[in-house]
Design a protein around this ligand. Structure first.
Ligand code: KIV
Length: 270
């Protein structure tokens, strides 16, 4: 008889069940094998290979220069470090411009080890989400502040602040879920708006700068570890290493704070 606890991978139906059960989901970015292992062993449910790697790994000014090949490479090395967490990989800038391009990039990501792809926006992306979902490719949508639109947005700003913008965001959120997305990241959105969207949606929402009312939270690994990236830290960022005592302790503290609802608090929300 084995005395070992069985380690099982998260599945898509379990994510949906977590929302129904009111179990908060913990997501964290990782970009290499070692940090993937730390995340996996310390309470992280979903690991994201974000195109934030352009900024925190490659030292670029934005996420726009990141290529599919970059994300495929990091997906492969992170996948080897995960026994339990689900692996979500970003579709980088314009790799999802058409359904066909998105399918080609998604196949490369899934073949490298991703279990879901993430893409930014609604509008013409609804067709892309539907096209991928109909072909059994799990999709995480991303609304609110969408960093790939930084040139159009004119900077990294909180979205959905006025009533009309909040209503558009809510309509987009319902539309991405209807198109077949399994998960929705909401970035830099007032707490009240994100909470209302979360309550209206059948799929889990994962907030970053979107308040405590989401079904889960995501942070960029370097932000959680308090690494200075040479620019002003957004309000939602918290250095968990300061109190965590070690990298593993910081990840555990983050996961615990998301699960017990103490992060994000009002000081880390809009
Ligand atoms: O690229 C990334 O890391 C992301 C998260 C900030 C959600 O999209």
């Amino acid at each position: 008889m084995s005395t070992q606890t069985e380690i099982r991978k998260w599945t898509l139906p379990e994510l949906a069940q977590a929302k129904r059960d009111g179990r908060r989901l913990v997501m964290l970015t990782a970009y290499d094998y070692g940090f993937a292992r730390v995340a996996d062993a310390n309470g992280v449910d979903l690991v994201l290979i974000g195109d934030s790697l352009g900024m925190v790994v490659q030292g670029r000014a934005s996420t726009l220069p990141v290529s599919v090949a970059d994300i495929v490479y990091h997906t492969g090395v992170v996948a080897r470090g995960l026994a339990r967490a689900m692996l979500v990989s970003d579709l980088p800038f314009q790799s999802d411009a058409t359904p066909e391009r998105a399918l080609e990039a998604s196949v490369a990501l899934l073949q490298a080890g991703a279990e879901m792809v993430k893409l930014e926006g609604a509008g013409h992306k609804l067709e892309v989400i539907r096209f991928l979902a109909e072909r059994d490719i799990p999709v995480c949508a991303h609304l609110g502040l969408t960093p790939q639109s930084v040139l159009k947005l004119g900077g990294y700003k909180v979205q959905g602040r006025d009533e009309a913008a909040a209503a558009r965001l809510r309509a987009d959120a319902l539309a991405v879920a209807e198109a077949g997305a399994s998960l929705l990241v909401l970035e830099c959105v007032p707490s009240a708006v994100a909470t209302a969207i979360t309550q209206a949606l059948p799929i889990p929402t994962i907030g970053i700068g979107a308040g405590p009312g989401c079904d889960g939270q995501v942070l960029v690994l370097h932000d959680l570890l308090g690494i200075d990236m040479g620019h002003r830290r957004p309000k939602f960022v918290k250095d968990f290493l300061a109190d965590g005592g070690s990298i593993a302790g910081a990840v555990r503290a983050y996961a615990g704070a998301v699960r017990d609802g103490s992060f994000p608090d009002a000081a880390h929300s809009y």
